[in-house]
Design a protein around this ligand. Structure first.
Ligand code: 3SL
Length: 240
């Protein structure tokens, strides 16, 4: 019998994306700590568009042309740029209605990896329910692409991907077969009642805590504060 349900699968890192691509119309790029959360926050705070770029060299080119440019590497603002990757950096009047450029250690690299998919959207815990509702309406084969950390697996993105796939599968209109998706679902189910506690000793939470960025972590791990659905069109992110 022909399978009518759409696929929802999870790819743990951008390095594995080649094994999944071409099978999915929609790719949800996830970088909970902090790039995709910051992107949602930017749209919640009235930003017009974001140009995500993978390298510092690309970012510098835009800076020379007079753009407002954010750049983060290893959790810190790169010297010479206007801001970094904190969701709080967008909560300023000066960003309203503006177009900005952003490069981050992993998140913008994942966006670049996925850019040839039919549709690329930005997912995080902050826009979890909004994203799930939107994906249900689209009813297309969907891949959650976790950004991880420098092509290594991370817990927070996988948990978010598991939350999305769990909700889509519960509708009865989606199915998954990959072990990565099953693992993501189980991790989400173990973590869902206390993300902060579950991720206490995760590597990036530790990294951000050492940089005194715990306030950002709390923001990023608080689900459903945003209705943003950032979507990539012609190399720029807009709120759909
Ligand atoms: O990896 C990334 O893209 C960033 O989100 C990392 S950080 O949270 O800004 O350190």
């Amino acid at each position: 019998m022909e399978e009518k349900r759409k696929k929802i699968e999870v790819c743990f890192t951008p390095g594995e994306y080649n094994y999944f691509k071409d099978e999915f119309e929609i790719v949800v790029v996830i970088d909970v700590l902090r790039a995709t959360t910051a992107i949602c926050a930017a749209f919640d705070n009235g930003i017009k568009s974001i140009i995500p770029v993978p390298t510092l060299e690309d970012a510098l080119e835009y800076k020379k042309k007079g753009f407002l440019v954010g750049a983060e590497r290893k959790g810190q603002i790169v010297e010479g740029f206007d801001f970094g990757n904190s969701p709080y950096s967008y909560m300023k009047e000066e960003f309203r209605g503006k177009e900005v450029v952003l490069t981050t250690t992993n998140g913008t690299k994942s966006i670049a990896a996925a850019k040839d998919a039919d549709t690329v959207v930005i997912g995080a815990l902050v826009n979890l329910d909004a994203m799930v509702d939107w994906l249900i309406k689209q009813n297309k084969n969907t891949l959650c692409l976790c950004s991880g950390w420098q092509d290594k697996f991370n817990l927070e993105d996988t948990i978010c991907a598991g939350a999305i796939s769990d909700a889509l599968i519960a509708t009865g209109d989606f199915t998954s077969i990959e072990d990565s998706s099953i693992a993501a679902k189980y991790l989400y189910q173990s973590a869902k009642d206390n993300y902060m506690g579950y991720l206490k000793s995760s590597s990036h939470r530790r990294r951000l805590r050492n940089l005194n960025l715990n306030k950002d972590v709390i923001y990023c791990l608080t689900p459903n504060t945003s209705n943003a659905i950032p979507i990539l069109r012609d190399g720029k992110l807009y709120n759909q």
